[in-house]
Design a binder for this molecule. Structure first.
Ligand SMILES: Cc1cc2nc3c(=O)[nH]c(=O)nc-3n(C[C@H](O)[C@H](O)[C@H](O)COP(=O)(O)OP(=O)(O)OC[C@H]3O[C@@H](n4cnc5c(N)ncnc54)[C@H](O)[C@@H]3O)c2cc1C
Length: 410
């Protein structure tokens, strides 16, 4: 039987829209169809990456609901699968795949974004728990996450990459204070997270003590390759029932965080509409610039398709993630420039009465985030230079000495 027939037959027997969303997803996860590429012993079917699209399509055709796809499925689950203990996999993967537990990424700190390995949030062992103190920032969706993918320093006498441990931090506890940040585009999708004697069980170490950098690289590779922002899968065409309604509510809540992400990507799709709205469809310069952005976007889409094909062949995430991420930034920046050219001073006006309902203004202030989130453009260029082009590595100034001796701003 092919995967397609297999999953279709299973859906015909089991899809029941009157179940609650959690009841339905538990069935889906237990049958291995929520995460078909995961190993058989860990809620999957051990199928090749190409099966994922087939299964997704069949779930959609049946009008059923798929797994939740936020940072939990996109980043935490693959990291736990790659590095976590069997105990962690048992406790965390199932609930992540059903959407009962959601995640945020607690990597960046006020002084350590690009230089992530310089992080200074500390974790000290206390019996069978770690006690965490420090501050994280730019933590997307932290305000409603159940767990944080936390990187903390556990050994200050080792070089900076060697003294870091990766934890699955329970977010709902007194030692974790989440303060949402308001962005210049008016949205508040990420937070500062203050950790004051926060507790994390020793059994929640992902991988081994001091080996957190390997886990971090896994998370970051998945972030660059897939992005963390794919939403819950749902096709409401002809679908109804409790599970569908609950999935719709889940999607609505989820997308509140990401509603400005299309604007951050430059809204290439709105360029022609903006030209019409500003009466510039006959302007040769505007036409040429729009055509250039559309071509750039098309070329980038081909790169993305090549990355997708590599993934379908089961290749691990690699440097093509950095190329793709840089491509997105280039397209977004180019689109914003053309939006500004078309709109002129009007592009500065916000609110529903302004150009394209305020979307152009939102594009102009949101696009810079594209070049920062998930590793800045300059960092992607460093990765491409070193890992793709084989150029000499950045001179190591602080990687071979105990972290305690590294000079830093305090
Ligand atoms: C929309 C958005 C969502 C985010 N979500 C999360 C999240 O969920 N979790 C999380 O942990 N973080 C998150 N971040 C944070 C993000 O990962 C960091 O902002 C990013 O890594 C850059 O770090 P920084 O802000 O400290 O900038 P810095 O590292 O201080 O960089 C400042 C400038 O210096 C340049 N630079 C730094 N080092 C080098 C170098 N070696 N070579 C050349 N140039 C260099 C940078 O490119 C940049 O232009 C998010 C950020 C954004 C914008």
């Amino acid at each position: 039987m092919t995967v397609e027939k297999d999953v279709r037959a299973w859906l015909e027997r089991h899809w029941d829209p009157d179940l609650s969303l959690t009841e339905w997803r538990r069935l889906l996860v237990d049958a291995g169809w929520a995460c078909p590429t995961w190993p058989v012993e860990w809620y999957g079917r051990g199928l090749p990456p190409s099966a994922e699209q087939v299964v997704t399509e069949e779930i959609r055709r049946a009008g059923a609901v798929g797994p939740p796809l936020g940072a939990g499925m996109g980043l935490a689950a693959p990291t736990i699968l790659a590095h976590g203990s069997d105990d962690l996999k048992r406790r965390l993967l199932h609930r992540t795949a059903t959407g009962e537990d959601t995640w945020c990424q607690l990597f960046s700190e006020p002084s350590n974004g690009s230089d992530l390995a310089g992080l200074t949030t500390r974790a000290d062992i206390d019996g069978d728990e770690w006690v965490v103190n420090g501050q994280k920032v730019w933590s997307t969706s932290a305000h409603h996450a159940d767990y944080g993918m936390l990187l903390a320093r556990t050994d200050w006498d080792l070089p900076k990459h060697k003294g870091i441990t990766y934890f699955a931090l329970p977010m709902h506890q007194p030692g974790v204070e989440v303060r949402p940040l308001r962005q210049m585009n008016g949205h508040a999708s990420f937070s500062e997270v203050f950790l004051t004697d926060a507790r994390v069980p020793a059994t929640n170490v992902v991988g081994h003590r001091g080996d957190g950098w390997r886990g971090a690289l896994t998370t970051l590779a998945h972030e660059r390759r897939f992005g963390a922002v794919r939403g819950p899968q749902l096709d409401r065409n002809g679908s109804h029932g409790r599970a569908v309604q609950e999935a719709a509510a889940e999607a609505e809540e989820y997308f509140k965080t990401y509603q400005w992400y299309p604007q951050r990507a430059g809204r290439v799709d709105l360029l022609v509409e903006a030209a019409r709205a500003t009466g510039k469809t006959g302007d040769p310069v505007a036409r040429q610039r729009i055509a250039r952005v559309l071509s750039l976007q098309r070329a980038h889409q081909w790169t993305a398709l090549r990355a997708e094909a590599a993934r379908a062949l089961g290749r691990p995430p690699g440097a093509e993630g950095s190329l793709g991420k840089l491509g997105l930034s280039d397209v977004a920046r180019a689109a914003a420039e053309v939006h500004a050219l078309l709109a002129g001073a009007e592009g500065l006006l916000t609110g529903p009465d302004s150009l394209l309902g305020g979307l152009v203004a939102e594009v102009l202030v949101s696009v810079p985030a594209q070049s920062i989130a998930g590793g800045t453009d300059q960092i992607q260029r460093n990765i491409i230079g070193e890992r793709v082009l084989g150029l000499p590595r950045e001179p190591p100034v602080d990687t071979d000495i105990p972290f305690r001796e590294v000079r830093r701003i305090v």
